[in-house]
Structure formats: structure tokens, C-alpha cells
Write a protein that binds this ligand. Structure first.
Ligand SMILES: Cc1cc2nc3c(=O)[nH]c(=O)nc-3n(C[C@H](O)[C@H](O)[C@H](O)COP(=O)(O)OP(=O)(O)OC[C@H]3O[C@@H](n4cnc5c(N)ncnc54)[C@H](O)[C@@H]3O)c2cc1C
Length: 393
């Protein structure tokens, strides 16, 4: 997302930009639901990607109890989109000649005036600027700031997106139209509707994004990262290789605590997968003629659902800085000054929200926040709400 956003914004100010993606095939069908924010909508419009058929609009949030009874409600219109839809809108802004699949960044050399970028497949490119938009495990960052490493939060999520057409009538009536919270002790289950296959938003063709936050220490995570064939993975396991016994245990745990509608969702997710939650913020996001954008520069826990909005904001700010400075070096220094603090602020804000799960509460402020978020009313007011950054401006 951040690479495509960067290409779109820089082309708008007259730069020639090429995007190199490590995947040999078009990226489709990845990830699931993405909550939207005004900043994301603005970045999509300003980049030229647009917001047509962006997703499903919900008009309210509800919290339900173990029996499925509604115990809290908030009016809060919000558009829920999907990774696929955003990728398609952004991908359409760049022509084929400038989008290169099957190119894995290997290393960069710089001499003060240009960068030479080497790809594992053998190609070398010269450019004025290298923009590292290669995600939380960025290879670009690993070279320019090897000490900056993502930190495990102490919790992970199970997720998936069942088809609307598979869900029971009760589930469709009680939770499907809403952004829904179920909050057992030290856990969070969150759900909302998203478009179906091929961005189909017709009734009967949509999906329901299901997310279940669970606490698990580093040792538990390491055990979870042993795959179906007994192989140990470092950070997470590709969905098809997640052990069947792990999924069976998770399903059994869910049966013991979840309301019927969320159980129905889970039973209709053929292949649930887990994502460990990490975060970090690099003290600098510019290293000479190398600029980091999106998750490569900082990544927040997903409680705000703001990662793609942040990626768009980074790209927009980088283009603004380049457009308003004659000198590229001065422009990227300005970009760093504007966006590094914002990335850090978002990461810290998400940590505050993560205190709900009661992991590693170190300070009085952590404990105050944890206490506040034990109320489902507060959770509905804080989690993934629009305009949270305004409070920091
Ligand atoms: C559970 C979860 C839920 C989330 N929910 C939301 C949400 O609701 N709303 C939201 O806005 N955000 C959400 N996010 C965050 C969002 O997914 C990320 O912030 C966003 O994808 C970051 O985009 P990016 O382009 O920086 O990185 P990525 O999406 O990780 O993209 C990096 C790209 O770089 C490529 N790449 C990697 N290494 C190389 C290499 N060496 N050479 C070439 N290419 C390479 C990868 O193949 C990939 O295409 C969520 C994240 C998680 C984990």
C-alpha cells in the first residue's frame, strides 16, 4: 500500500517512479477487513486512486454479552473496506511499465547524489531516491537501521472472514449489519461486514470480518509458530501451514466463551489464521537518500485500524516535501521532521488501547488506561474511531 501510494503521489508532482514488488504474482486475496478514517479517504482522493465502491457502511457499534444480548450501543457511521479493494484502487494508478513483480530488494548503495539498488534477481537500478515501503519486516530498514526491530506485544489475533451466505439467519440479524464488540476478560472479539469476492457488496455476497485478540507470551507464540510439518517459523506461520491441533484447540476454547453469533462466524471460517501483534517506531525514517514509508518506518498495533491511512499520509507528506523544496536532501529531512513524530504518536496511542488486554502494565498511566478500558462503553469510544489524531495536534 505504501509503495503504491508513494508512486501515485510522486507521479502527481512530476516524478518518474518505479515500484518493485517481491511477489512474482499480483497480490490478490490477501488480508481481510480494513476500517477507514477521514485521513485514508483524503489520501485516496488526493493520490488519484479515488474511493469508488470503497466498502460497506455501518451506522452503529454494539457490544454484546456471552448470550448475544446487546449491552451497549453507539451511533458511529464508518466505511469498512478490504485490503483487496484498496490494493486494486491504488494498483490502477500505476501503469504496467512502471510496476515490476518478482523483484526482491537486496541492498542499496548511496554516494550522496543517487542510490544504486540491487535486487536479488540480479537487476540494479539507479535513482535519486529509494523509498522503502516494504512493510514491518522491511529489508531496506534492516540495512539502514539494523537495530530497529519490531517488538512483540504479548498478544495475537485469530482471524478470518466467513461468507454472508453461510451464516445463520440469527447471525445475519443480530451482528452482521454492525461493528460489534464482545469483550471477555483479557480478550476482544470484534466483527464487521466487508465486501465479498471481487468487491461484491450485494446483500448475500458479502463477508464478515472476524478478529479475536488473545494473550500469549513469547514462549506460547514460539510454540504456535511450529507448523504442520514440525518446522519452526520465526514470526508467524503461513495460513495453510498452521497446525490443525492449534486450530482445533482454538475452536474448543471459543465454544466455551463466545456468544452464538460469533461461534457461527468461526465455524464458517474454513481456515482461520493467527497474526502475532508487533509494533515499533524507528527514531529516524530518512537515511540520506533512503526514505521509509508505511509499516517500514513505524507500525502500530492494529487497535486503531490506521495502518493504511498512515501509509497514505507518509506518501502524501513525502511528495509535499519534495514539491516544496528544490533540494532533495532538504526535502527528505523535512519529511522526517514532519512524519517520524506522527508515526511514533500513532504507535504510542495504539499501545494505550492495547492496555485493555492487561499485558505488561508498567506505569500508572498504563494502569489508568487499563481500568478505563474495562468498560465496554469506553472501548466503543476508543477502538478504531475516526479523528483520534486530532487530540494530539
Ligand atoms: C491484524 C491486522 C489488522 C489490521 N487492520 C487494519 C485496518 O483495519 N486498517 C488499516 O488501515 N490498517 C490495518 N492494519 C495495518 C495495515 O495492514 C498495514 O499498516 C499496511 O498494510 C502497511 O502497508 P505497507 O505498504 O507499509 O506494508 P505491507 O502491506 O506489508 O506491504 C509491503 C510490501 O512490500 C513487499 N516486500 C517486502 N519485502 C520486500 C523486498 N525485500 N523486496 C521487494 N518487495 C518487498 C511485500 O511483498 C508487500 O507487498 C492491520 C494490520 C494487522 C496485522
Amino acid at each position: 500500500m505504501s509503495g503504491l501510494f508513494s508512486a501515485a503521489f510522486l507521479r502527481r508532482i512530476g516524478w518518474e517512479v518505479d515500484v518493485f514488488e517481491r511477489s512474482p504474482v499480483e497480490l490478490v486475496g490477501r488480508g481481510a477487513g480494513i476500517t477507514t478514517h477521514p485521513e485514508l479517504l483524503e489520501a485516496l482522493e488526493q493520490s488519484g486512486a479515488g474511493t469508488r465502491d470503497l466498502g460497506i457502511e455501518v451506522d452503529r457499534r454494539i457490544t454484546i454479552d456471552r448470550h448475544g444480548r446487546v449491552i451497549g450501543e453507539r451511533t458511529l457511521p464508518q466505511i469498512l473496506t478490504s485490503w483487496d479493494r484498496l490494493q486494486r484502487l491504488l494498483r490502477a494508478t500505476i501503469d504496467e511499465a512502471h510496476y515490476h513483480l518478482g523483484h526482491t530488494f537486496e541492498r542499496v548503495e548511496q554516494d550522496g547524489h543517487e542510490v544504486r539498488v540491487h535486487f536479488a534477481e540480479g537487476r540494479t537500478e539507479r535513482a535519486d531516491l529509494l523509498i522503502g515501503g516494504d512493510g514491518i519486516r522491511s529489508g531496506v530498514r534492516a540495512q539502514v537501521a539494523p537495530d530497529v526491530q519490531p517488538i512483540y506485544s504479548g498478544y495475537y489475533i485469530w482471524r478470518g472472514a466467513p461468507n454472508e451466505s453461510d451464516l445463520a439467519p440469527d447471525t445475519l440479524a443480530s451482528i452482521f449489519p454492525y461493528f460489534v464488540f464482545f469483550l471477555p476478560e483479557r480478550q476482544q472479539v470484534i466483527g464487521y461486514p466487508i465486501s465479498g469476492f471481487n468487491n461484491d457488496s450485494r446483500a448475500g455476497h458479502r463477508r464478515y470480518n472476524f478478529i479475536w485478540y488473545r494473550v500469549g507470551d513469547a514462549r506460547t507464540l514460539k510454540e504456535m509458530c511450529v507448523d504442520e510439518h514440525g518446522q519452526q517459523h520465526e514470526f508467524s506461520v503461513p495460513p495453510p501451514l498452521i497446525r490443525k491441533d492449534l486450530i482445533a484447540q482454538m475452536r474448543a476454547d471459543a465454544e466455551a466463551i463466545m456468544p452464538p453469533a460469533f461461534l457461527d462466524c468461526l465455524r464458517n471460517i474454513e481456515r482461520p489464521f493467527f497474526t502475532p501483534i508487533y509494533d515499533f517506531s524507528s527514531p529516524s525514517i530518512v537515511f540520506g537518500r533512503v526514505a521509509l514509508v508505511g509499516d517500514a518506518g513505524s507500525s502500530a498495533r492494529p487497535h486503531m485500524g490506521f495502518g493504511v491511512a498512515k501509509a497514505g499520509g507518509d506518501a502524501q507528506a513525502l511528495a509535499d516535501a519534495l514539491a516544496s523544496h528544490d533540494d532533495i536532501d532538504a526535502a527528505v529531512v523535512h519529511y522526517n521532521a514532519v512524519r517520524q513524530p506522527i508515526g511514533e504518536c500513532i504507535m504510542l496511542h495504539a499501545r494505550k488501547l492495547g492496555t485493555h488486554l492487561g499485558v505488561d502494565l508498567k506505569t500508572d498511566e498504563d494502569r489508568r488506561m487499563w481500568k478505563l478500558l474495562q468498560s465496554y462503553e469506553a472501548m466503543m469510544d476508543w477502538i478504531a474511531v475516526p479523528n483520534f489524531l486530532a487530540a494530539y495536534r
